[in-house]
Write a protein that binds this ligand. Structure first.
Ligand SMILES: Nc1ncnc2c1ncn2[C@@H]1O[C@H](COP(=O)(O)OP(=O)(O)OP(=O)(O)O)[C@@H](O)[C@H]1O
Ligand SMILES: [Mg+2]
Length: 474
């Protein structure tokens, strides 16, 4: 009848009350046998043998029930603690015990499936929230953050869960708006506010009470939009207008002066007319390159947040640029020498911008280099990019493009400033070499966008070398 494994037969817990039950069941018959012996109705030996038989019978009856109850108890407590239980050990012979085990199994399976469904739902909800570009946080009625998407972790800090919302942004307006929603004074609040912590930012927040207040711990949801980028674009536009109007003023006043002279004093002077017309044409050319450079600078600044993804083969770009500038180099009696060291891999970049970068540096080398002399453009594959103190450079393999020209040494204080907008060396201004002072600022922004770096070395013997490092991968 009992299919329980042998070694388990005596595996009954001490506190199982098994002995108590055997004694309790055997007591009445013991009492009856005692009476029968007292009234001499049966012999004491027969009474003892019969009583022992009854006890053995009770043990045989109670043992499987107690043992299987214990197995069930062990099984349920294992399930409750989420542990595995080898059901092959559960060979139940009692019908009721088997039915209880089946019912528990069905219930366990039902809740496991429900749990899996819930887990899958939570994972997909989290993935949706994490894919949103704007930070979203859920808070409980004490203002504690109990959930946040990855944009919120990125904007604020990694561990914001369980922190109080008033410690996250140092803005009283924001804290007041959250309190209003938490105290149910208002259903939703919208506001624009500035924060200094964790970073200087202008933010827009939408704070809203959740309708299912009683069901979860979350009582309100806060979505934040970063307005800093919009503000940056606004500032760039106003800078552009300010720069353009300031820089255009000089050539315009030269042109209007020329016109005035041509209309008055130089009216009938053919030689003066020729000189003034030449000056006007030069100034017009300068204005158009100024506008072109300013526009290109704004465009590059707007693209700074997007990492470039084209496959670019830089030696081809260098060939195109040197071909385009060969006439200019010839005019200055200069040779353009290209050296390609070994196999140069493709890089991830913006082809048009890299061409502009090489073009600006080579143009400078021709313009400011010693005439006659060589301009050497060398391209090599390197293991890494030298670090920068001011911006982040990409890690890993890179290519280095160095452009060298002979000429006087650029003093370190000037080297430090030549990538500033409109900064030009006084000696070049004195020599009336034309330029807007924007070529290197454009080059720097392009390098920044590619997470590369630029180094400048200048000595009287080796001349000036600009080296651009561009990573293979962004
Ligand atoms: N290779 C170089 N050798 C010596 N000085 C240089 C060299 N490259 C740049 N400079 C100095 O740095 C200044 C800034 O260069 P940048 O290319 O930004 O402007 P630009 O050449 O004057 O104008 P644009 O590029 O619009 O023609 C130059 O005016 C020049 O004084
Ligand atoms: Mg230049």
């Amino acid at each position: 009848m009992l299919k329980i494994k042998r070694q388990k037969i005596f595996d009954i817990e001490k506190n199982s009350k098994f002995a108590d039950r055997v004694i309790f069941l055997s007591l009445p018959s013991g009492f009856v046998f005692l009476m029968l012996v007292a009234f001499k109705l049966i012999s004491p030996i027969l009474a003892i043998i019969s009583y022992i038989t009854i006890i053995i019978f009770n043990i045989a009856l109670l043992f499987p029930i107690t043992f299987e109850m214990q197995l069930l108890k062990k099984y349920i407590s294992n399930l409750a603690q989420g542990r595995d239980f080898d059901t092959s050990e559960m060979n139940l012979s009692e019908k009721e015990a088997q039915e209880i085990a089946d019912a528990i199994n069905t219930m366990h399976r039902f809740w496991s499936e429900k749990n899996e469904e819930l887990e899958a739902q939570t994972i997909s909800d989290t993935a949706v929230l994490d894919s949103l570009p704007d930070p979203i946080m859920m808070i409980d009625r004490y203002g504690r953050i109990i959930g946040a998407n990855s944009s919120a972790h990125n904007l604020i800090e990694k561990n914001i869960i369980d922190k109080n919302i008033d410690t996250i942004f140092d803005s009283n307006n924001f804290i007041n708006a959250v309190s209003k929603v938490l105290s149910k004074e208002s259903e939703a609040e919208n506001l624009i506010f500035y924060v200094r912590k964790p970073q200087h930012k202008k933010l827009y927040a939408h704070i809203k009470q959740l309708p299912w207040i009683t069901k979860g711990r979350a009582v309100a949801v806060i979505s934040v939009y970063d307005l800093t980028k919009a503000l940056k674009i606004e500032k760039m536009q106003s800078d552009f207008v300010a720069n353009a109007s300031h820089e255009l003023r000089t050539p315009l006043s030269v042109i209007s002066g020329c016109i005035e002279t041509l209309q008055t004093t130089a009216k009938n002077d053919d030689r003066a007319r020729e000189t003034f017309l030449k000056l006007m044409s030069e100034q017009t050319e300068y204005m158009s390159s100024l506008i072109e450079n300013l526009l290109s600078l704004s465009k590059i600044e707007l693209s700074l947040d997007q990492s470039p993804e084209e496959k670019v083969y830089v030696p081809k770009i260098i060939n195109d640029v040197t071909e385009g500038l060969s006439l200019k180099a010839k005019e200055r009696e200069m040779n353009l020498v290209v050296e390609i060291d070994g196999r140069i891999p493709n890089i991830n970049g913006d082809e048009h911008q890299i061409k502009q970068l090489v073009q600006n540096l080579t143009d400078n080398a021709i313009k400011y280099g010693l005439s006659p002399s060589d301009v050497t453009i060398r391209i090599t594959a390197v293991d890494g990019i030298p670090p920068s103190k001011t911006f982040n450079v990409a890690k890993g393999e890179a290519i280095a493009i160095s452009i060298n020209n002979m000429g006087p040494k650029i003093e370190p204080e000037n080297v430090a400033r030549i990538t500033e907008r409109f900064y030009r060396l006084q000696e070049h201004k004195n020599m009336s070499i034309k330029g807007t002072g924007l070529g290197l600022s454009i080059a720097k922004q392009i390098i920044l966008r590619h997470r590369g770096n630029l180094t400048v070395t200048s000595t009287s013997y080796t001349g000036t070398t600009f080296t651009v490092y561009l990573p293979l991968k962004q």
